[in-house]
Design a protein around this ligand. Structure first.
Ligand code: HSE
Length: 408
Protein backbone atom coordinates (compact mmCIF):
# COMPACT_ATOMS: atom_id res chain seq x y z
CA UNK A 1 0.00 0.00 0.00
CA UNK A 2 1.34 3.48 -0.92
CA UNK A 3 0.80 5.73 2.09
CA UNK A 4 0.36 9.38 1.23
CA UNK A 5 0.30 12.54 3.36
CA UNK A 6 -1.32 15.61 1.85
CA UNK A 7 -0.09 19.02 3.01
CA UNK A 8 -2.82 21.64 2.57
CA UNK A 9 -6.52 20.78 2.16
CA UNK A 10 -7.44 23.56 -0.30
CA UNK A 11 -8.70 23.22 -3.87
CA UNK A 12 -5.87 20.97 -5.10
CA UNK A 13 -5.25 19.04 -1.87
CA UNK A 14 -8.92 18.09 -1.51
CA UNK A 15 -8.94 17.20 -5.23
CA UNK A 16 -6.03 14.80 -4.65
CA UNK A 17 -7.94 13.04 -1.85
CA UNK A 18 -11.02 12.87 -4.08
CA UNK A 19 -9.17 11.43 -7.09
CA UNK A 20 -7.46 8.80 -4.90
CA UNK A 21 -10.85 7.77 -3.49
CA UNK A 22 -12.84 8.00 -6.74
CA UNK A 23 -10.31 6.20 -8.96
CA UNK A 24 -9.16 3.65 -6.41
CA UNK A 25 -9.47 0.69 -8.75
CA UNK A 26 -7.62 2.12 -11.71
CA UNK A 27 -4.90 3.65 -9.50
CA UNK A 28 -4.32 0.28 -7.80
CA UNK A 29 -4.06 -1.42 -11.19
CA UNK A 30 -1.55 1.14 -12.49
CA UNK A 31 0.54 1.45 -9.31
CA UNK A 32 0.49 -2.30 -8.69
CA UNK A 33 -0.62 -1.64 -5.08
CA UNK A 34 -3.36 0.34 -3.38
CA UNK A 35 -3.01 3.99 -2.34
CA UNK A 36 -4.13 5.35 1.03
CA UNK A 37 -4.27 8.90 2.33
CA UNK A 38 -2.85 8.50 5.84
CA UNK A 39 -2.65 12.15 6.90
CA UNK A 40 -3.90 15.53 5.80
CA UNK A 41 -2.07 18.51 7.28
CA UNK A 42 -4.00 21.76 7.59
CA UNK A 43 -4.25 24.42 10.27
CA UNK A 44 -8.01 24.65 9.74
CA UNK A 45 -10.57 22.20 11.16
CA UNK A 46 -12.78 20.14 8.86
CA UNK A 47 -15.10 18.33 11.33
CA UNK A 48 -17.66 17.35 8.66
CA UNK A 49 -15.15 16.06 6.13
CA UNK A 50 -14.96 12.31 5.42
CA UNK A 51 -11.23 12.79 6.09
CA UNK A 52 -11.72 14.32 9.57
CA UNK A 53 -9.91 11.38 11.23
CA UNK A 54 -6.81 11.96 9.08
CA UNK A 55 -6.34 15.62 9.92
CA UNK A 56 -3.15 16.69 11.70
CA UNK A 57 -1.71 20.10 12.46
CA UNK A 58 1.86 19.12 13.29
CA UNK A 59 4.16 18.24 10.40
CA UNK A 60 6.48 16.19 12.64
CA UNK A 61 3.78 13.48 12.83
CA UNK A 62 4.19 12.96 9.07
CA UNK A 63 7.93 13.47 9.09
CA UNK A 64 8.46 10.84 11.79
CA UNK A 65 6.06 8.21 10.45
CA UNK A 66 8.15 5.65 8.51
CA UNK A 67 5.00 4.38 6.82
CA UNK A 68 4.54 7.58 4.79
CA UNK A 69 6.07 7.00 1.34
CA UNK A 70 5.02 10.15 -0.50
CA UNK A 71 4.24 13.66 0.73
CA UNK A 72 1.94 15.71 -1.51
CA UNK A 73 2.66 19.40 -1.07
CA UNK A 74 -0.34 21.51 -2.08
CA UNK A 75 0.10 24.30 0.45
CA UNK A 76 1.37 26.87 -2.04
CA UNK A 77 3.71 29.75 -1.30
CA UNK A 78 7.39 29.40 -0.52
CA UNK A 79 7.51 29.54 3.28
CA UNK A 80 5.94 26.56 5.13
CA UNK A 81 5.93 24.65 1.83
CA UNK A 82 9.70 25.09 1.50
CA UNK A 83 10.41 24.04 5.07
CA UNK A 84 8.15 20.96 4.92
CA UNK A 85 9.49 19.92 1.51
CA UNK A 86 13.08 20.10 2.76
CA UNK A 87 12.21 18.14 5.89
CA UNK A 88 10.23 15.48 3.99
CA UNK A 89 13.05 14.91 1.47
CA UNK A 90 15.63 14.71 4.26
CA UNK A 91 13.38 12.19 6.03
CA UNK A 92 13.61 9.98 2.93
CA UNK A 93 10.12 10.67 1.60
CA UNK A 94 9.40 11.52 -2.02
CA UNK A 95 7.58 14.82 -2.49
CA UNK A 96 5.02 15.60 -5.19
CA UNK A 97 4.02 19.22 -5.61
CA UNK A 98 1.70 21.49 -7.57
CA UNK A 99 3.51 24.55 -6.22
CA UNK A 100 4.95 26.60 -9.10
CA UNK A 101 6.16 29.39 -6.83
CA UNK A 102 8.32 26.97 -4.86
CA UNK A 103 9.68 25.11 -7.89
CA UNK A 104 10.43 28.29 -9.84
CA UNK A 105 12.30 29.78 -6.88
CA UNK A 106 13.87 26.72 -5.22
CA UNK A 107 13.62 23.89 -7.79
CA UNK A 108 17.37 23.51 -8.21
CA UNK A 109 18.00 23.19 -4.47
CA UNK A 110 15.10 20.78 -3.92
CA UNK A 111 16.04 18.54 -6.85
CA UNK A 112 19.60 18.32 -5.47
CA UNK A 113 18.22 17.51 -2.02
CA UNK A 114 15.99 14.78 -3.47
CA UNK A 115 18.95 13.23 -5.28
CA UNK A 116 21.13 13.33 -2.15
CA UNK A 117 18.43 11.52 -0.22
CA UNK A 118 17.65 9.09 -3.07
CA UNK A 119 14.00 10.10 -3.31
CA UNK A 120 11.89 11.87 -5.94
CA UNK A 121 10.79 15.47 -6.19
CA UNK A 122 8.12 15.73 -8.88
CA UNK A 123 5.89 18.63 -9.93
CA UNK A 124 4.05 17.85 -13.16
CA UNK A 125 0.98 19.71 -11.83
CA UNK A 126 2.95 22.93 -11.41
CA UNK A 127 2.71 23.75 -15.14
CA UNK A 128 -0.39 23.33 -17.29
CA UNK A 129 -2.61 21.88 -14.51
CA UNK A 130 -3.73 18.49 -15.81
CA UNK A 131 -1.70 18.59 -19.04
CA UNK A 132 1.21 16.16 -19.12
CA UNK A 133 4.00 18.45 -20.31
CA UNK A 134 7.03 18.36 -17.98
CA UNK A 135 7.38 14.60 -18.19
CA UNK A 136 7.17 14.49 -22.01
CA UNK A 137 9.54 17.46 -22.19
CA UNK A 138 12.19 15.76 -20.06
CA UNK A 139 11.68 12.20 -21.33
CA UNK A 140 9.98 11.91 -24.72
CA UNK A 141 11.70 14.87 -26.35
CA UNK A 142 15.11 14.01 -24.92
CA UNK A 143 16.55 13.36 -28.38
CA UNK A 144 15.92 16.95 -29.49
CA UNK A 145 17.85 20.13 -29.11
CA UNK A 146 15.00 22.31 -27.90
CA UNK A 147 14.98 25.90 -29.10
CA UNK A 148 11.75 27.43 -27.87
CA UNK A 149 8.89 26.92 -25.44
CA UNK A 150 5.90 29.22 -25.68
CA UNK A 151 2.36 29.03 -24.51
CA UNK A 152 -0.76 30.06 -22.71
CA UNK A 153 0.19 29.14 -19.18
CA UNK A 154 -2.46 30.71 -16.98
CA UNK A 155 -6.04 29.47 -16.95
CA UNK A 156 -7.48 32.44 -15.03
CA UNK A 157 -6.26 35.11 -17.45
CA UNK A 158 -7.22 33.01 -20.46
CA UNK A 159 -10.70 32.60 -18.95
CA UNK A 160 -10.92 36.36 -18.41
CA UNK A 161 -9.74 37.25 -21.94
CA UNK A 162 -12.04 34.64 -23.53
CA UNK A 163 -15.10 35.89 -21.67
CA UNK A 164 -14.32 39.57 -22.15
CA UNK A 165 -14.19 38.86 -25.89
CA UNK A 166 -16.87 36.20 -26.32
CA UNK A 167 -19.53 36.93 -23.69
CA UNK A 168 -18.82 40.60 -23.12
CA UNK A 169 -18.21 40.14 -19.37
CA UNK A 170 -16.32 42.91 -17.63
CA UNK A 171 -12.81 42.14 -16.37
CA UNK A 172 -14.11 42.00 -12.78
CA UNK A 173 -17.05 39.70 -13.59
CA UNK A 174 -14.83 37.29 -15.53
CA UNK A 175 -12.26 37.23 -12.71
CA UNK A 176 -15.00 36.52 -10.17
CA UNK A 177 -16.20 33.55 -12.25
CA UNK A 178 -12.64 32.21 -12.52
CA UNK A 179 -12.27 32.49 -8.73
CA UNK A 180 -15.60 30.70 -8.14
CA UNK A 181 -14.42 27.86 -10.38
CA UNK A 182 -11.25 27.43 -8.31
CA UNK A 183 -8.88 28.56 -11.08
CA UNK A 184 -7.44 31.72 -9.55
CA UNK A 185 -4.57 31.93 -7.08
CA UNK A 186 -5.32 32.81 -3.45
CA UNK A 187 -4.14 36.32 -4.37
CA UNK A 188 -5.41 36.69 -7.97
CA UNK A 189 -2.94 39.47 -8.68
CA UNK A 190 -0.42 36.63 -9.26
CA UNK A 191 -2.61 35.59 -12.19
CA UNK A 192 -3.53 38.93 -13.72
CA UNK A 193 -0.08 40.49 -13.28
CA UNK A 194 1.52 37.55 -15.13
CA UNK A 195 3.48 36.31 -12.09
CA UNK A 196 1.98 32.81 -12.24
CA UNK A 197 2.76 32.53 -15.98
CA UNK A 198 6.28 33.80 -15.22
CA UNK A 199 6.87 31.01 -12.67
CA UNK A 200 5.65 28.40 -15.16
CA UNK A 201 7.88 29.86 -17.88
CA UNK A 202 10.86 29.47 -15.50
CA UNK A 203 10.05 25.80 -14.87
CA UNK A 204 9.56 25.03 -18.57
CA UNK A 205 12.80 26.80 -19.47
CA UNK A 206 14.73 24.93 -16.76
CA UNK A 207 13.55 21.56 -18.05
CA UNK A 208 13.88 22.45 -21.74
CA UNK A 209 17.30 24.10 -21.56
CA UNK A 210 18.85 22.51 -18.46
CA UNK A 211 19.53 25.49 -16.16
CA UNK A 212 17.54 27.23 -13.48
CA UNK A 213 15.76 30.43 -14.51
CA UNK A 214 14.60 32.62 -11.61
CA UNK A 215 11.31 34.59 -11.74
CA UNK A 216 13.16 37.84 -11.03
CA UNK A 217 15.10 37.33 -14.29
CA UNK A 218 11.98 37.20 -16.46
CA UNK A 219 10.46 40.41 -17.80
CA UNK A 220 6.77 40.08 -16.88
CA UNK A 221 3.66 41.95 -17.93
CA UNK A 222 0.11 40.76 -17.19
CA UNK A 223 -3.28 41.60 -18.69
CA UNK A 224 -4.34 44.52 -16.50
CA UNK A 225 -3.63 47.06 -19.25
CA UNK A 226 -5.48 45.13 -21.99
CA UNK A 227 -8.68 46.99 -22.89
CA UNK A 228 -11.80 46.04 -24.83
CA UNK A 229 -10.63 48.52 -27.48
CA UNK A 230 -7.42 46.50 -27.96
CA UNK A 231 -9.41 43.28 -28.20
CA UNK A 232 -11.70 44.86 -30.77
CA UNK A 233 -8.78 46.06 -32.96
CA UNK A 234 -7.23 42.59 -32.71
CA UNK A 235 -10.50 41.07 -33.85
CA UNK A 236 -10.62 43.45 -36.82
CA UNK A 237 -7.11 42.32 -37.76
CA UNK A 238 -8.09 38.62 -37.55
CA UNK A 239 -6.20 38.08 -34.30
CA UNK A 240 -6.81 37.26 -30.64
CA UNK A 241 -5.22 38.76 -27.54
CA UNK A 242 -3.46 36.06 -25.47
CA UNK A 243 -1.11 36.20 -22.47
CA UNK A 244 1.97 34.20 -23.45
CA UNK A 245 5.05 32.97 -21.62
CA UNK A 246 8.03 32.43 -23.86
CA UNK A 247 11.57 31.08 -23.48
CA UNK A 248 13.92 30.98 -26.46
CA UNK A 249 17.37 29.41 -26.52
CA UNK A 250 19.72 31.83 -28.27
CA UNK A 251 22.72 30.76 -30.37
CA UNK A 252 25.05 32.14 -27.65
CA UNK A 253 23.59 29.63 -25.15
CA UNK A 254 21.64 32.26 -23.20
CA UNK A 255 17.90 32.06 -22.71
CA UNK A 256 15.56 34.88 -23.59
CA UNK A 257 12.48 34.67 -21.39
CA UNK A 258 9.49 36.94 -20.97
CA UNK A 259 5.75 37.03 -20.29
CA UNK A 260 3.46 39.50 -22.05
CA UNK A 261 0.11 39.80 -23.77
CA UNK A 262 0.42 39.25 -27.55
CA UNK A 263 -1.77 39.47 -30.60
CA UNK A 264 -2.02 35.95 -32.04
CA UNK A 265 -3.13 35.30 -35.64
CA UNK A 266 -6.26 33.16 -36.09
CA UNK A 267 -4.15 30.68 -38.10
CA UNK A 268 -1.93 30.02 -35.04
CA UNK A 269 -3.08 27.03 -32.92
CA UNK A 270 -2.77 29.18 -29.78
CA UNK A 271 -5.52 31.51 -31.03
CA UNK A 272 -8.28 28.96 -30.40
CA UNK A 273 -7.16 27.98 -26.91
CA UNK A 274 -10.01 29.36 -24.82
CA UNK A 275 -11.42 29.42 -21.30
CA UNK A 276 -9.35 27.65 -18.65
CA UNK A 277 -7.45 25.69 -21.30
CA UNK A 278 -3.68 26.06 -21.59
CA UNK A 279 -1.46 25.12 -24.51
CA UNK A 280 2.30 24.80 -24.61
CA UNK A 281 4.20 24.63 -27.90
CA UNK A 282 7.69 23.15 -27.74
CA UNK A 283 10.06 23.46 -30.67
CA UNK A 284 12.79 20.84 -31.18
CA UNK A 285 15.31 20.45 -33.96
CA UNK A 286 14.15 16.93 -34.82
CA UNK A 287 10.44 17.03 -34.02
CA UNK A 288 9.55 20.58 -35.13
CA UNK A 289 6.64 21.95 -33.12
CA UNK A 290 4.67 19.86 -30.59
CA UNK A 291 1.64 21.26 -28.80
CA UNK A 292 0.39 20.14 -25.40
CA UNK A 293 -3.22 21.15 -24.72
CA UNK A 294 -5.72 20.67 -21.91
CA UNK A 295 -7.22 22.08 -18.74
CA UNK A 296 -4.62 24.33 -17.17
CA UNK A 297 -6.26 24.84 -13.77
CA UNK A 298 -9.02 23.46 -11.58
CA UNK A 299 -9.35 20.95 -8.78
CA UNK A 300 -9.57 17.57 -10.52
CA UNK A 301 -7.36 18.22 -13.60
CA UNK A 302 -4.54 19.42 -11.31
CA UNK A 303 -5.14 16.53 -8.88
CA UNK A 304 -4.92 14.14 -11.83
CA UNK A 305 -1.34 15.27 -12.51
CA UNK A 306 -0.42 15.11 -8.80
CA UNK A 307 -1.70 11.55 -8.35
CA UNK A 308 0.09 10.38 -11.51
CA UNK A 309 3.33 11.74 -10.01
CA UNK A 310 2.62 9.87 -6.75
CA UNK A 311 2.25 6.63 -8.71
CA UNK A 312 5.45 7.37 -10.62
CA UNK A 313 7.42 8.25 -7.48
CA UNK A 314 6.30 5.04 -5.82
CA UNK A 315 6.95 2.83 -8.86
CA UNK A 316 10.49 4.15 -9.22
CA UNK A 317 11.47 3.80 -5.58
CA UNK A 318 14.21 1.30 -6.38
CA UNK A 319 15.23 2.46 -9.85
CA UNK A 320 14.90 6.15 -9.10
CA UNK A 321 14.70 8.43 -12.18
CA UNK A 322 16.18 11.74 -11.12
CA UNK A 323 15.06 14.91 -12.79
CA UNK A 324 17.74 17.57 -12.63
CA UNK A 325 18.98 20.82 -14.04
CA UNK A 326 21.98 23.05 -13.37
CA UNK A 327 22.21 26.12 -11.17
CA UNK A 328 21.23 29.38 -12.91
CA UNK A 329 23.29 32.53 -13.20
CA UNK A 330 22.71 36.21 -13.68
CA UNK A 331 24.15 36.35 -17.20
CA UNK A 332 22.26 33.29 -18.42
CA UNK A 333 18.84 34.96 -18.88
CA UNK A 334 18.12 37.96 -21.07
CA UNK A 335 14.98 40.00 -21.73
CA UNK A 336 13.18 40.32 -25.06
CA UNK A 337 15.04 43.48 -26.10
CA UNK A 338 16.71 41.70 -29.04
CA UNK A 339 13.47 40.18 -30.32
CA UNK A 340 12.08 41.61 -33.57
CA UNK A 341 8.29 41.62 -33.65
CA UNK A 342 5.54 43.37 -35.46
CA UNK A 343 3.77 45.61 -32.95
CA UNK A 344 0.12 46.43 -32.39
CA UNK A 345 -0.19 50.03 -31.29
CA UNK A 346 -3.22 52.00 -30.16
CA UNK A 347 -2.47 55.69 -30.26
CA UNK A 348 -4.09 59.01 -29.65
CA UNK A 349 -3.86 60.94 -32.94
CA UNK A 350 -4.61 60.66 -36.64
CA UNK A 351 -2.96 59.01 -39.65
CA UNK A 352 -0.80 62.12 -40.12
CA UNK A 353 0.91 61.43 -36.78
CA UNK A 354 2.20 58.04 -37.99
CA UNK A 355 4.85 59.28 -40.40
CA UNK A 356 7.92 58.25 -38.40
CA UNK A 357 6.66 54.72 -37.78
CA UNK A 358 7.47 53.26 -41.22
CA UNK A 359 5.02 51.04 -43.10
CA UNK A 360 1.93 50.20 -41.02
CA UNK A 361 -1.39 48.46 -41.50
CA UNK A 362 -4.18 50.67 -40.23
CA UNK A 363 -6.94 48.95 -38.28
CA UNK A 364 -10.49 50.02 -37.52
CA UNK A 365 -12.93 49.14 -34.79
CA UNK A 366 -16.60 49.93 -34.30
CA UNK A 367 -17.14 53.00 -32.14
CA UNK A 368 -13.52 54.21 -32.20
CA UNK A 369 -13.19 57.88 -31.24
CA UNK A 370 -12.04 60.14 -34.09
CA UNK A 371 -8.69 60.83 -32.43
CA UNK A 372 -7.79 57.14 -31.82
CA UNK A 373 -5.89 54.96 -34.23
CA UNK A 374 -4.89 51.30 -34.22
CA UNK A 375 -2.00 49.98 -36.35
CA UNK A 376 0.25 46.99 -36.91
CA UNK A 377 3.85 47.94 -37.63
CA UNK A 378 6.58 46.10 -39.51
CA UNK A 379 8.89 43.85 -37.42
CA UNK A 380 11.40 45.68 -35.19
CA UNK A 381 12.93 45.57 -31.73
CA UNK A 382 11.45 47.50 -28.83
CA UNK A 383 14.31 50.01 -28.98
CA UNK A 384 13.65 50.67 -32.66
CA UNK A 385 9.95 51.10 -31.91
CA UNK A 386 10.71 53.66 -29.17
CA UNK A 387 12.99 55.53 -31.58
CA UNK A 388 10.32 55.65 -34.27
CA UNK A 389 7.65 56.72 -31.79
CA UNK A 390 9.91 59.64 -30.94
CA UNK A 391 8.48 60.40 -27.52
CA UNK A 392 4.84 59.56 -28.29
CA UNK A 393 3.46 57.25 -25.61
CA UNK A 394 1.02 54.75 -27.18
CA UNK A 395 -2.20 53.94 -25.31
CA UNK A 396 -1.36 50.25 -25.88
CA UNK A 397 1.57 48.36 -27.37
CA UNK A 398 1.69 44.59 -27.78
CA UNK A 399 3.88 42.24 -29.80
CA UNK A 400 2.27 40.23 -32.59
CA UNK A 401 3.34 36.60 -32.16
CA UNK A 402 5.74 35.65 -34.92
CA UNK A 403 5.85 32.18 -36.45
CA UNK A 404 9.40 31.61 -35.26
CA UNK A 405 11.83 33.41 -33.02
CA UNK A 406 13.53 36.11 -35.04
CA UNK A 407 16.46 37.59 -33.14
CA UNK A 408 18.01 40.88 -34.17
N1 HSE B 1 -4.07 30.17 -10.99
C1 HSE B 1 -3.52 29.20 -11.88
C2 HSE B 1 -4.13 29.41 -13.26
C3 HSE B 1 -3.80 27.82 -11.36
O1 HSE B 1 -5.14 30.11 -13.35
O2 HSE B 1 -3.60 28.91 -14.24
C4 HSE B 1 -3.12 26.71 -12.09
O3 HSE B 1 -1.73 26.78 -11.99
Amino acid sequence: MVKVAILGFGVVGSGVAEVIRRNEEVITARAGVGMEVKYILDLRDFPDSPYADKMVKDFSVIEQDPEVDVVVETIGGAKAALEFTRRALKAGKSVVSSNKELVAQHGYELLCLARENKVSYRFEASVGGGIPVLHPLSQCLAANRLTEVRGILNGTTNYILTHMIGTGLSFEEALKEAQERGYAEHDPSADIEGIDACRKTCILAAIAFGRHVYPSQVSTEGITKVTLADVSYADAAGMRVKLLGRAIRQDDGKVMAYVAPHLVRHSDPLADVDDVFNAIIVRGNAIGDVMFYGRGAGKLPTASAVVADVIDAFQHQRTRRFLSWDEGSEAYVVGPEGLCSQWFLRLRGTVRDLEGLGPVTILGRPGAPADEIGVITEAMTHDELSKRLNGTAPLSAMRVLDESADLA
